[in-house]
Design a protein around this ligand. Structure first.
Ligand code: SAH
Ligand code: SF4
Length: 425
């Protein structure tokens, strides 16, 4: 059983429902035609995805009851801010954050430039405290299935770009559905990200078929298929996909044009905004540490992400991939990534922030530290082992056994006091 518990639908107001988890209430988008007040439901990413019988729900909730309150106490304890000596400048900026005042650009710059041990610790602790006060201990764990490493694009940073010599694979529709079914039925995932290169072999019709079948499993279908045209996203929404991950990669239009030949930032942003307007739960963000990145770029990245009003922020460090034009570039330091997570939390209290698998690759403690610096969501790679090494968008990707990964992630979340209630909207 993975990380999700059912809640009781206690109120319905038009398309928004209120789900109760042991007295804690979360808003959800009702996307299920037959629900009524009193039903026990699963929600993911703020979307109601399935209904289960009362008997089954009560059985599950019984096993969670004590643990749920224990987790809450652990999280509250870990989210306390310790009194440590810190710089005056930092204290006055954090005071502004506490008063819900928007930070000025120069204040964001000075947060980004922090380097003292105590200052960094206080910034991360404050971000974690805000996360706890805003979202409680809810934490989403989504599965990610990388179903094709064929890509028609040539992004300079990416290890599966078209021009790279690489063993390519495409999972058949049946293989994709079978893998998804295993993740849902055997491991209990309630949300799956279907990710691939920009691979038009998967026509709209093929993708519709996949989305319909995966949606039938009673989960949130999350697309991450890159720059596709508007009709594709519209039809996949109609087929049942309700979330989409599409990063803008960098807010610097020149860097974008250079690193993603043949495409522009404006074009990408237009599709991102369109996806949001269609009603998709939007996950977006950027790659941190691309060559030539300035601190102004980082602040612009964070502010652009916020302006797109995503339901989830997804940003990861740039990790060089062999055989790409950027193979010799340097790696980002872990603290640079943690600062971005914390800064995003401080500038957008309501945000849901993902600890990405790229960040986990950068540092063994990244998951834990990211979750303690403001993040509240994770992904677990469910790609079949035989394909995983070929989905080499960057080097040194972690390739641990799925069941082991699920077990370790749940143990980590328990140790941090995080519960599998939905993040809500
Ligand atoms: N083709 C789709 C989805 C797969 S790539 C798309 O481009 O949206 C998913 C993400 O991997 C990209 O958005 C990019 O942000 C990230 N990525 C690619 N190469 C990377 C690298 N070398 N280091 C870190 N992240 C990388
Ligand atoms: Fe293709 Fe996405 Fe990699 Fe770009 S980042 S080369 S679109 S898989």
């Amino acid at each position: 059983m993975c990380y999700a518990i059912p809640g009781k639908l206690v109120e319905i107001k038009k398309s928004i429902g209120i789900v109760d988890y042991f007295g804690e209430k979360k808003n959800v988008l009702i996307d299920y035609s037959n629900v009524k007040i009193g039903d026990y439901v699963y929600a993911q990413g703020g979307v109601l995805v399935s209904v289960i019988s009362e008997r089954e729900a009560l059985e599950i909730l019984e096993t969670w009851k004590e643990l749920f309150f224990e987790l809450k106490r652990t999280d509250e304890k870990l989210a306390r801010i310790e009194t440590i000596p810190a710089s005056k400048n930092l204290l006055s900026i954090l005071q502004k954050v506490n008063l819900n005042k928007a930070l000025k650009r120069e204040e964001l710059h000075s947060l980004l430039a922090l380097s003292g041990k105590n200052d960094l610790r206080l910034m991360y602790e404050t971000a974690n405290n805000i996360r706890q006060k805003t979202h409680g201990n809810a934490c989403c764990v989504h599965g990610i299935l990388e179903f094709s490493n064929v890509c028609e694009s040539n992004c300079f940073y990416c290890g599966i770009r078209k021009e790279k010599t690489l063993q390519r694979y495409r999972m058949s529709i049946k293989e994709i559905i079978d893998t998804a079914r295993y993740a849902v039925k055997e491991l209990g995932f309630k949300a799956l990200v279907l990710q691939s290169g920009e691979d038009n072999w998967y026509t709209i019709e093929k993708l519709e078929k996949i989305v319909r079948a995966v949606r039938k499993l009673g989960i949130l279908v999350f697309l991450s298929i890159g720059l596709r045209d508007k009709p594709t996203y519209k039809r996949l929404y109609e087929a049942g996909a309700r979330a989409a991950l599409l990063r803008f990669e960098t807010s610097n239009a020149n860097t974008f044009k250079t690193l993603r030949p043949g495409t522009t930032l404006e074009e990408r942003l237009e599709i991102i905004r369109y996806i949001k307007d269609l009603g998709f739960v939007l996950a977006t963000g950027f790659i941190a540490g691309l060559p030539g990145e300035t601190s102004e770029d980082v602040i612009n990245n964070i502010l652009l992400a916020k302006s797109l009003k995503p339901e989830m922020y997804s940003f990861g460090p740039f990790i060089p991939a062999q055989g790409t034009p950027l193979e010799n570039q340097s790696l980002l330091h872990k603290d640079a990534m943690l600062k971005i997570i914390a800064l995003s939390r401080l500038t957008d209290k309501d945000s849901n922030i993902l600890v990405t698998t790229a960040f986990e690759t950068l540092d063994a403690k990244a998951k834990r530290e990211g979750l303690l610096a403001g993040a509240n969501s994770l992904m677990i790679n469910i790609t079949p082992k035989k394909y995983r090494d070929f989905y080499s968008i960057y080097d040194k990707r972690i390739n641990i056994d799925l069941q082991k990964n699920v077990k370790e992630t749940i143990a980590l979340l328990h140790s941090l006091g995080r519960a599998p209630t939905d993040l809500g909207i």
